[in-house]
Design a protein around this ligand. Structure first.
Ligand SMILES: [Zn+2]
Length: 112
């Protein structure tokens, strides 16, 4: 279970108190006329998402608190949140944060 803190209202809670909106900072293809967007650019905008091992920037909704969206930087290996920041803010540079340690692999259940 993830423990999350809303940077807007300060509410703390489990991930069930929030809603993950997926990858943050996805940029719509820049054009005045949408018919000028290539199929590949439209596909990338709508469907192609990063799935990094390590630092990942995400959007979260404070569902049981203020109801506002915010950004969070989370390490996908340790599941630790590295930073919370506003929905209009740019991603913080966390390149100097310590590298994530690898979790021990799960043991498979004995099905014999
Ligand atoms: Zn909130």
């Amino acid at each position: 279970m993830l423990s999350i803190t809303c940077p807007v209202c300060g509410a703390e809670g489990e991930e069930t108190d929030f809603h993950c909106g997926g990858e943050a900072h996805i940029v719509r293809p820049a054009t005045v006329d949408p018919s000028n967007v290539s199929d590949e650019a439209q596909r990338d905008y709508l469907y192609i998402r990063k799935n990094p091992r390590g630092l990942h920037y995400e959007r979260w909704l404070c569902a049981r608190g203020c109801g506002k969206w915010f950004h969070a930087a989370r390490d996908t290996i340790t599941m630790e949140f590295k930073a919370y920041y506003g929905i209009r803010e740019k991603a913080p540079d966390l390149s100097d944060s310590k590298p994530a340690t690898r979790r021990a692999p799960r043991k498979k259940a004995d099905r014999s």
